[in-house]
Design a binder for this molecule. Structure first.
Ligand code: F3S
Length: 659
């Protein structure tokens, strides 16, 4: 006895992609947050168990997802309402809907609400529920042509309606043809979309052909898997057929195998290669059946293509959170998983490409049977980028990149598709600073060291900053002159000085040039990081020192007071300090006038403190403003005498009137 396997057996493109997405998400989560699938990711217990060990939980509805969980939508897709529910619950989700299923969603969703959508498929199947969940108007799900005729004829005014007919992607090809025939019979305004997946067609065709040549068929797959059950029904039309989910179930069919000379094997789209191989080995042991080729080899054959490793130009046709779709100019449906698009874990595909963009790609895996081609942009970029980084190490060229990670001892900068390590000491961030300030920022750096064999490169941002500063300093010294005005940034402050970064050179502002006011510390006037306008007071080209003035002449209080007061004015002043010979009171900020002890009151004052205290607000007369000596005098006594005289004069005038 011999066994022969169908060339197309095991995971289809959509299922393999969905399983890979779940595994990637589980790895990314690493137990830090829960990962759930909305229903089992595929109808295969073994795979579900394996994923369960990696912490992946199966839930039936979005509401069952634990807090902060990432929910993976399986290849079957879901109704629109489900994704809306996920959004409403604030849950992150990974959409692993097979692109071929998503295409059916798109077709039905584009139809106006009055069109009746006819879906050929199993009404209880999640894929069909997902499809009808994207319909904007009425829909009918039928499993046969007769059902369709009956259902459509029962509709009111059925001959006046517009219809479209689509199929569940795994619908039986022969039944589809019958359904189309029936649809054309009863629907006058009908558009037909053959949405049966090519992988399904090929698989079913091969299974039928094989079943017609062998004595018995073994179909491997989940007992609940619709596409596996369809394979069974196709095969059983030709020969005795058994369905097994795993090798252990074979023993029940020993009798059938014993009377068969040639046994055919096929497997459903959600059957892992490992299980197919196990079934084959078990069958070989059971009946000593010879087999020239392993299943792995056969499957491998179906993946081979002349395009593997080729460089192609792809046009972006669609963008999903986890991948992009590209037209690579062949019959293959090209796609680039996110992991093959970039190395930046926080990047989003829509930030990197847009629909219509042309991008250079490397074809990584072609599946001629399913008509798909997995491509990589990252690998091409990395090859070119690596050479660019190596050459920058030799030429000293300045590179730019985005800081993607802060790691122990430094940061990683993604430049030309290559991660370059920049030690903390070369990052330009002060020793005790936080490297996170650079995260997601674009930086310029030089390559200090490279290791071609280990594909490593070490960079320095400081080297670029230093060179930039030197360049700026050179220009500064060429152009600087006394009186020139600069805008700079306050870099540091000491007890008596402020240092201002003028761009390549730091200048110093002394206390007397900082403010007209009396302050205890420069920080009362400016703070580190302030942008300030300063005037060059003095330059020392030998020592490379620059003195600066920050205070403005128009703020000079002796100029300001000229416009506000004159001798003889009565002003309200605040006592600022007390001495043995008098008190100083602020006339305007920056000018304190002396109220001599003899001018505090009409009578003799023994001690200033008997009459005045710091903080008191009093009225006084300006008796002197000496602009030369920058001296001002005030008198309360003069004001009082003046008021008394005025009062007396007033009283005298009143007496005269009374007489
Ligand atoms: Fe997709 Fe076809 Fe498989 S529709 S999930 S590739 S059977």
């Amino acid at each position: 006895m011999n066994i022969e396997t169908a060339k197309t057996a095991g995971f289809c493109f959509g299922v393999r992609r969905a399983v890979e997405l779940v595994e990637q998400e589980a790895e990314r989560a690493a137990g830090r947050y829960p990962v759930c699938t909305l229903g089992p990711i595929i109808h295969n217990e073994t795979v579900t168990r394996r994923l369960g060990k990696k912490g992946v939980r199966v839930i039936d509805a979005p509401g069952e997802a634990p807090e902060k969980a990432v929910v993976v939508i399986r290849a079957h897709g879901v109704p629109l309402g489900t994704t809306r529910e996920l959004d409403a619950l604030g849950l992150r989700y990974v959409d692993a809907t097979c692109p071929f299923v998503a295409k059916v969603h798109q077709i039905v969703a584009q139809e106006p609400p009055e069109t009746v959508v006819l879906v050929a498929g199993d009404p209880g199947h999640p894929e069909v529920k997902g499809i009808t969940g994207h319909c904007r108007g009425p829909f009918l799900v039928v499993q046969t042509g007769e059902e369709l005729e009956k259902a459509v004829s029962a509709l009111e005014n059925f001959h006046k309606q517009s219809y479209i007919l689509v199929a569940q992607t795994t619908f039986n090809r022969q039944e589809w043809e019958k359904t189309v025939f029936s649809a054309k019979k009863v629907c006058t305004n009908l558009k037909i979309f053959d949405t049966i997946c090519k992988a399904t067609v090929v698989r079913q065709k091969e299974a039928g052909e094989l079943a017609s040549r062998v004595d018995a068929m073994v179909v491997i797959g989940g007992h609940h898997s619709s596409n596996t059950r369809k394979l069974c029904s196709i095969c059983s039309a030709h020969c005795p057929t058994v369905l097994v989910e795993e090798a252990g179930e074979l023993v029940q069919h020993r009798e059938l195998f014993a009377r068969s000379l040639l046994i055919g094997i096929t497997a459903g789209a959600s059957t892992p290669v490992g299980i197919i191989k196990e079934v084959q080995e078990t069958m070989s042991r059971m009946d000593n059946i010879s087999n020239d080729m392993t299943f792995e080899e056969m499957l491998e054959q179906s993946f081979k293509s002349t395009y593997n490793g080729e460089k192609v130009t792809g046009v972006v046709t669609g963008i999903k959170p986890n991948e992009i779709f590209v037209d690579i100019g062949t019959k293959h449906a090209g796609f680039v998983p996110m992991s093959e698009l970039t190395d930046d874990p926080s990047a989003k595909p829509e930030d990197l490409v847009k629909v219509g963009d042309e991008i250079e790609l490397l074809v990584v895996r072609v599946n001629d049977v399913e008509g798909t081609a997995m491509c990589s942009k990252k690998r091409l970029d990395q090859a070119a980028g690596f050479e660019k980084v190596m050459s920058a190490g030799e030429t000293g060229e300045i590179l730019t990149g985005i800081v993607t990670e802060v790691i122990k001892g430094g940061i990683l900068v993604l430049s030309n598709g290559i991660k370059v390590f920049v030690p903390a000491s070369q990052s330009g961030v002060p020793r005790d600073g936080d490297l996170n300030v650079l995260l997601r920022k674009e930086v310029s750096f030089k390559i200090l060291e490279t290791n071609r064999q280990r594909r490593r490169a070490l960079g320095s941002i400081s080297a670029v900053l230093r060179a930039q500063r030197e360049e700026l300093a050179k220009k500064f010294w060429e152009e600087v002159e006394v009186g020139k005005v600069y805008t700079g940034t306050v870099k540091s402050i000491t007890n008596f000085s402020v240092f201002v970064d003028l761009g390549g050179v730091d200048g110093r502002v002394g206390m007397t040039d900082l403010t007209w006011l009396r302050v205890k510390h420069p920080s009362e006037v400016v703070k580190v990081g302030d942008t300030v306008t300063v005037t060059v007071k003095d330059i020392n080209t030998e020592d490379k020192k620059v003195s600066l003035i920050y205070k403005k002449s128009e703020d000079n209080p002796w100029e300001v007071i000229k416009t506000q007061h004159q001798v003889g004015d009565v002003v309200t002043v605040r006592i600022m300090s007390i001495t043995a010979f008098g008190a100083f009171a602020q006339i305007i900020p920056g000018i304190d006038g002396l109220i001599h002890i003899s001018q505090i009151a009409k009578e003799r004052v023994e001690k200033v403190a008997d009459k005045l205290a710091v903080g008191d607000v009093v009225e006084a007369k300006i008796t002197e403003l000496d602009y030369e000596k920058k001296r001002a005098s005030l008198s309360i006594k003069a004001l009082l005498a003046e008021r008394e005289a005025a009062e007396e004069a007033e009283n005298a005038a009143m007496e005269t009137v009374e007489e």
